[in-house]
Design a protein around this ligand. Structure first.
Ligand code: AMP
Ligand code: GLY
Length: 445
């Protein structure tokens, strides 16, 4: 009988009997279902697979890379009833939700009503991401620093307000818009066209527009595990939202990331925890929508201090792909502590830095082709972590199947070495239809 482990208390995560090991067979079988099929879910599966407590991982729907570490099941991440039935049939111990759409549709509420353990917030708490207008009102009410704003549902009123104010301004569609609902018009003409498309042509559906003051400064992502008023910070990361080098081109889901961040001090991080993340978690409790899951603060270090750009109700993508590889604690126990409302184990991080490049389909974030064969993945995966974001297995091998396709993540004692490793791996990927930004980390390297 192979003795693998591990000497960690299953509840507290604390080493119990120093010097002793436990057989994996002595632990009870634990199966986890991860919902989603991108790079974030690949990193979540990868982190869960390092937990000695997890004996089986399913992923719905998963992708070609995830299939090497989890059993992929062909259920859409939007199909809440099918996911609940699957979890019941397989006796899944914990379900972990990646994307925001099933959360906004109430997957956590449905699982809770059925008595199934789940990691992810209720639909009411997910409004922090799904309604920009609601999130702004919450921040103002609880004194959380953010850009000043006004909301409009009428085009004429919005246009009358916007045209009197200095440019640039920031326009945000109120609902979910797959990362495409924010524009930063620099002239009155651009602003009028954007307002028309959002309020008259209903480009994303009928909804309000939030008009925000334009802020400047470096952005960073502060992800915290949250259980009601309790907030547990994860390592900071920075995303790169624009498609092209030099932060040019359209906004994307994110073209690369790194962690930790040399430009945010421990004091600034503590300040953001105390003045932003905790007040918002407490505010959500006070509003009757306590948050249980991962609260993502998209923050900006402005000349007037740290302010909120946006909140998300889930792990960031691609931030998760650079943060979780640095985690030394047991991820399953951490998620369980939130799901069960029990004590959080100590959260420890590697001293190593991580940095990753996203390889995206040519044309992304606009329209792009799919089905292009990809070579060199195994070689890259032998040197760095390669997370699959949008891939599919075919008889001819692995092919592209999404806008963002792969992410190579290097880890090393310095950000520069991590960058060099990840860059070499990205350059070794062979595909006729991929591009990537080579300047990830340019603000600090
Ligand atoms: P969001 O989807 O809210 O994260 O917005 C997308 C991107 O637009 C952000 O990552 C920022 O780069 C930019 N942005 C959003 N709000 C502001 C703001 N008030 N001032 C400056 N840039 C902003
Ligand atoms: N990387 C930004 C996000 O996950 O929304």
């Amino acid at each position: 009988m192979p003795v693998i482990l591990n000497n960690i208390d299953g509840v507290t995560g604390v080493v119990k009997e120093p010097g002793k090991t436990f057989a994996k067979e002595k632990l009870k079988d634990t199966s986890v279902l991860v919902v989603g099929g991108g790079g974030r879910e690949h990193a979540i599966v990868d982190a869960l697979s390092r937990s000695p407590f997890v004996t089986k991982i399913y992923c719905a729907p998963g992708n070609a890379g995830i299939a090497a570490q989890a059993e992929c099941v062909p259920i859409s991440d939007h199909d809440i009833q099918a996911l609940l039935d699957f979890a019941g049939d397989k006796g899944i111990d914990l379900t972990v939700v990646g994307p925001e759409v099933p959360l906004s549709m109430g997957i956590a509420d449905a699982f809770a009503a059925a008595g199934r353990r789940i990691f992810g917030p209720s639909a009411a708490a997910a409004r922090i991401e799904c309604s920009k207008d609601w999130a702004k009102a919450l921040m103002i009410k609880y004194g959380v620093p953010t850009a000043s704003y006004r909301s409009f549902d009428d085009f004429d009123e919005a246009w009358a307000y916007v045209r009197e104010r200095p440019f640039p301004q920031v326009l945000k569609y109120d609902g979910l818009a797959a990362g495409k609902g924010v524009t930063i018009p620099r002239t009155a003409e651009e602003a009028e066209a954007d307002l028309r498309s959002m309020l008259l042509d209903d480009r994303f559906g009928k909804g309000k527009v939030v008009v925000e003051e334009f802020l400047t400064g470096p952005e960073f992502s502060f992800m915290c595990l949250v259980d009601g008023p309790k907030v547990f910070p994860l390592a900071l990361a920075q995303d790169h939202k624009r498609a092209f080098e030099g932060d040019e081109g359209p906004n994307t889901g994110g073209m690369g990331a790194y962690s930790p961040l040399p430009f945010i001090s421990a004091e600034e991080e503590e300040w953001a925890l105390e003045h932003i993340m905790k007040p918002v978690a407490e505010g959500l409790v006070a509003e009757g929508a306590p948050f249980k899951g991962l609260l993502y603060g998209g923050l900006m270090k402005t000349p007037q201090g740290i302010k909120v750009i946006e909140f998300n109700c889930r792990f960031g993508d691609p931030e998760t792909e650079v943060v979780l590889p640095r985690l030394e604690s047991d991820f399953y126990l951490m998620l369980s502590a939130i799901a069960d409302g029990t004590d959080m184990p100590e959260i420890r991080w590697s001293e190593d830095a991580s940095l990753g490049f996203v390889l995206a389909s040519k044309g992304y974030p606009g329209s792009y082709g799919k089905g292009f064969p990809i070579g060199g993945i195994d070689d890259a995966a032998g040197r760095v972590k390669v997370y699959h974001m949008g891939t599919r297995s075919t008889e001819q091998g692995i092919v592209t199947a999404g806008g963002r396709v792969l992410m190579t993540v290097g880890m090393a004692p310095s950000l520069k070495e991590a960058r060099d490793k990840a860059l070499a791996a990205a350059e070794g990927i062979v595909c006729g239809n991929l591009f990537f930004r080579k300047d990830i980390g340019h603000q600090v390297l």
